[in-house]
Design a protein around this ligand. Structure first.
Ligand code: THU
Length: 160
């Protein structure tokens, strides 16, 4: 028997330390919280992603009275990108959360299902997809979605 450590890394930084492209994406993710439909949780999540040709796709959480029928912000954006631009890799994804009218101080943590979809997206296009989690006090930047979900289930697992 042997203990194996699974490592992942992220960069913790401030808004000023982001690149201009990263700041632009974060700004859109923040703006997108206004388009959240979240009457049940009052937790407004915005997402924005950049495709390899520079196109920006937006998302926000969409809730439903039948709770499981709703969808997280990240997945609305990732599925919209896949549906409309299937041939363009997603290079960067930013997420911002607003609770009771205030952006969260610490970044919101994407749920497991969103992490699975993020890593599938990355795997699908073969490159890395950066993930930026916005918080008022600190921002986390993951160079690769895989860092949010070590030991991910991918298509190769289906082959046994
Ligand atoms: N939510 C997201 O949009 N993204 C996440 O990664 C976590 C949770 C949404 C789902 C639901 O509408 C609300 O936040 C409260 O869970």
């Amino acid at each position: 028997m042997k203990t194996i450590e699974l490592k992942s890394k992220m960069l913790k930084c401030s808004y000023d330390e982001l690149t201009a492209d990263q700041r632009a994406l974060v700004d859109i993710a923040k703006e997108q919280t206004n388009n959240s439909y979240s009457p049940y949780s009052n937790f407004r999540v915005g997402a924005a992603l950049r495709l390899s040709d520079g196109t920006i796709v937006r998302g926000s959480n969409q809730e439903n009275a039948a709770y499981p029928s709703g969808l997280c912000a990240e997945r609305t954006a990732l599925f919209a990108a896949g549906a409309v631009y299937p041939d363009l890799p997603v290079v960067s994804l930013a997420i911002a959360c607003n609770a009771n009218g205030q952006f969260t101080k610490v970044p919101g943590s994407p749920c497991g299902a969103c992490r699975q979809v993020m890593t599938e997206t990355e795997h699908r296009y073969g490159g890395k997809m950066e993930v930026i989690l916005y918080g008022e006090d600190e921002i986390y930047v993951f160079e690769s979605a895989k860092d949010l979900l070590p030991l991910i289930f991918v298509s190769e697992n289906l082959e046994g």
